[in-house]
Write a protein that binds this ligand. Structure first.
Ligand SMILES: [Zn+2]
Length: 186
């Protein structure tokens, strides 16, 4: 199970948060499911309520419908993510985002190949196994790494490599990334 590899994310609970959409230039009320991680006292994760998360989820929702990233949406994202946006889009264009869906359980894991390596991204809790994510969290900057941004956009646009595998291959496939996760920062 993915939860097994990522102990910090297993207790996530979801709730619906509504907000007025005028911040994004819309008049309609938008409902977004937001995942709030429940942490042990020694853990800190990026708050899912950060502006970054809200903007990314909002644009991704639109992309799921349109499958096209407009210049306007790029500008909205660039304001929040700055140089991480072109970095993320480069990964999407290069099809560096891969999903593995396991049958019959339906479990899905996401792998993003960045400039320095491959990382497991957990969209449900906006978690990534990269050092960049780790340091941002430790510094309490509450910023998302560009792997997470890439995964969200790629999934919404349908621009990723999708693999379907039997559940019997689950440990084999995940061991590469779970080993790194369980050893923490090393
Ligand atoms: Zn990352």
């Amino acid at each position: 199970m993915a939860e097994k590899c990522l102990p910090g994310t297993r207790l996530g609970t979801s709730l619906s948060v509504s907000y007025e959409g005028q911040a994004f230039g819309q008049s309609s009320k938008v409902r977004n499911p937001i995942i709030i991680p429940m942490l042990r006292s020694d853990q800190r994760l990026v708050s899912a309520k950060s502006d970054e998360d809200i903007v990314l989820k909002h644009v991704s929702e639109e992309l799921r419908r349109t499958h096209t990233l407009t210049d306007e949406q790029k500008q909205t994202l660039a304001k929040v993510f700055e140089k991480r946006l072109p970095q993320a889009l480069a990964l999407v264009d290069a099809r560096n985002v891969t999903s593995y869906r396991f049958k019959p359980s339906g479990r899905t894991i996401w792998i993003v190949k960045g400039r320095k390596g491959e990382y497991q991204v957990v969209p449900e809790s906006m978690f990534c196994t990269c050092d960049d994510y780790y340091f941002r969290v430790m510094d309490n900057k509450k910023q998302l790494c560009y792997h997470l941004v890439a995964q969200q956009i790629a999934e919404a646009l349908g621009q990723f490599d999708a693999n379907v595998m039997s559940d019997s291959h689950y440990s084999e496939v995940t061991s590469k990334w779970s080993a790194r996760t369980s050893s923490g920062r090393s």
